[in-house]
Design a binder for this molecule. Structure first.
Ligand SMILES: Nc1ncnc2c1ncn2[C@@H]1O[C@H](COP(=O)(O)OP(=O)(O)O)[C@@H](O)[C@H]1O
Ligand SMILES: [Mg+2]
Length: 313
């Protein structure tokens, strides 16, 4: 092979093979090669980490799904337990609340039967007895409906209702008990406060439970000091009516003012401790609250709640 001069002209002279000159950018190349292999190493490590992460994520998702399933099972168990509990409570409440109206119904019917057997057939008296039996039986019927609502909170199906008529119906139902225990009833009704929005049977049950408790509480007082006060008064600029049922009994100690509303709280030998819990649930279903304080009038307990007036909307 001929040599080629620097000028690029073939000189015809043979030259020894030229040694490749050391490249000036060799260190750069080396560094680049090192970086490249480093990069590959890191990439492969990253791939592994990503893979490990992916697997870990899969495990986490599976664990979360298992936990969610466990939680659901737990919630189902709790719901079942509380349903069983509620069923027991419902049965107890039902038995407790039904006892009195059923006994009263029977009493009135027996009374009528006795009169008839003895030839005492005064139509007005018999009709009055049967009327009272019907009122108590109706009350028993309404209890079956509202005990369910005591266990399951609900919104009351309200309608324009004559509150003062409800109060007199309730007093009529308690007529016998008041007479038997020498309780005097004192009404202080605001004539402009009669028309309210309420579920009549439920509010009648509230009044009945409160008044019956008041009668029970006053049994420990001297007979001539047993007074039941029922008051209605417009409040909230005439939009609502406050109803107070107060008595001249011993009242409730400050420490027990909240406890009396707890289910099963009772200080009576034959009490069940559900009456006020039912009252509170029913009052709350009317968008109100049931409170108790010491009566300024008679020194005993004063229970108070309010209802919307018909024209308040
Ligand atoms: N008017 C009242 N005066 C004094 N204590 C009362 C009155 N009303 C309720 N209580 C107290 O609240 C408790 C719970 O009442 P309640 O829930 O109706 O259940 P029960 O009548 O079966 O005891 C009563 O046992 C009594 O201690
Ligand atoms: Mg009671």
């Amino acid at each position: 092979m001929n040599g080629i001069s620097a000028s690029g002209i073939d000189t015809g002279l043979a030259c020894p093979p030229a040694r490749r000159p050391a490249r000036a950018d060799a260190p750069l190349h080396d560094a680049l090669a090192r970086s490249q292999s480093e990069l590959e190493l890191r990439s492969s490590e990253l791939r592994h980490s990503r893979e490990a992460l992916r697997k870990e994520n899969g495990r986490r998702i599976a664990a979360e799904a298992a936990l969610a399933a466990l939680r659901e099972q737990h919630a189902r168990d709790l719901a079942r337990a509380s349903r069983l509990n509620s069923t027991g409570e419902m049965a107890a409440a039902l038995a407790h609340q039904l006892g009195q109206p059923l006994a009263a119904t029977l009493n009135y019917l027996h009374g009528c039967q006795l009169r008839l057997q003895h030839g005492d057939v005064d139509a007005a008296t018999i009709s009055e007895g049967i009327g009272k039996a019907i009122a108590h039986a109706e009350q028993a019927g309404s209890i079956v409906g509202h005990v369910r609502s005591f266990v399951a909170p609900h919104v009351a199906d309200v309608q324009p209702t004559d509150l003062h008529a409800l109060i007199s119906q309730t007093l009529a139902l308690l007529d016998n008990e008041c007479r038997q225990h020498g309780v005097r009833c004192h009404l202080n009704l605001d004539a402009g406060a009669a028309q309210v929005l309420a579920e009549p049977l439920e509010i009648r049950q509230v009044l009945l439970n409160l008044m019956r408790n008041a009668i029970d509480a006053m049994k420990s007082q001297p007979v001539d000091e047993r007074q039941l006060d029922i008051e209605t008064r417009r409040c909230d600029s005439g939009r609502r009516v406050a109803i107070t049922v107060a008595d001249s009994g011993p009242g409730i100690a400050d420490a027990d003012l909240l406890r009396v509303f707890e289910r099963w709280y009772t200080t009576k030998r034959d009490g069940l401790g559900l009456g006020l819990a039912v009252c509170r649930a029913l009052v709350e279903s009317h968008g109100s609250a049931l409170n108790v304080s010491r009566s300024t009038l008679s020194g005993g307990a004063a229970f108070r709640f309010d209802l919307s007036m018909v024209n308040s909307a």
